[in-house]
Design a protein. Structure first.
Length: 214
């Protein structure tokens, strides 16, 4: 495993927070720089400490776009997202926005630590999905499948409900190029259409609301 991996940990529910702090401090190859970092202070904390890995609480994110923003601002800090029983689509979306790992808060401690080490080396980690999707258990490593900057621009306009022609005009690209970007975005997010994208956004908002209320 990689030695001297520096870590910043977001604010979590008390039991999860205690567990994460214990896991990181007990591992001789991990160095905890800051923990229980409030959502509003995470960007400042990453800027201040420049950690190898930042562990984010999905429930404290206002949207997955925050993951993209942090990834763009601090590309050298790997982002590990923990969520309550995330689905395959939700985890793939996190990775598409720049997270290096997405795991359930129910993942066993040794697997969380292993994921942090893998993430520090740039290896993408997801829960192991059962056949047919659904909630995920265990862990698997996958290759890079991030959105390109242009795909991120197209995705933002798709989420706003813009038509392909409007996207082409806004970004000064061809209509067929928009369609190609859209197909790539759907593939990377594990969906197949605008309707699926809308449902995914709705599920993300509902999960975030539920986690924030927990």
């Amino acid at each position: 495993m990689t030695s001297n991996v520096s870590v910043v940990v977001a604010k979590f529910e008390d039991l999860v927070a205690l567990g994460l702090t214990h896991l990181v401090t007990e591992d001789a190859n991990l160095k905890l720089l800051a923990d229980r970092v409030a959502p509003s202070a995470m960007e400042r904390s990453i800027h201040q400490h420049a950690p190898d890995v930042a562990v984010l609480n999905f429930g404290s994110l206002t949207s997955s776009a925050q993951v993209f923003q942090l990834h763009q601002a601090f590309p050298k800090s790997r982002l590990v997202v923990l969520a309550n029983r995330p689905t395959a689509a939700e985890c793939n979306q996190m990775l598409s926005f720049g997270a290096t790992a997405c795991l359930s808060k129910e993942t066993q401690g040794r697997d969380v630590v292993h994921a942090v080490h893998l993430a520090s080396r740039g290896m993408h980690v997801l829960p192991r999905s059962a056949a047919g999707g659904g909630n995920l258990n265990g862990m698997r490593v996958k290759g890079s499948d991030l959105l390109t900057p242009r795909e991120a621009d197209v995705l933002e306009l798709l989420q706003e409900g813009a038509a392909n022609a409007q996207i082409a005009q806004a970004l000064s690209i061809g209509l067929e190029t928009v369609r190609t970007h859209a197909r790539n975005i759907y593939r990377k997010l594990g969906i197949s259409s605008r309707k699926d994208l809308a449902r995914l956004a709705g599920a993300e908002a509902a999960l975030a609301e539920a986690l924030n209320g927990a």
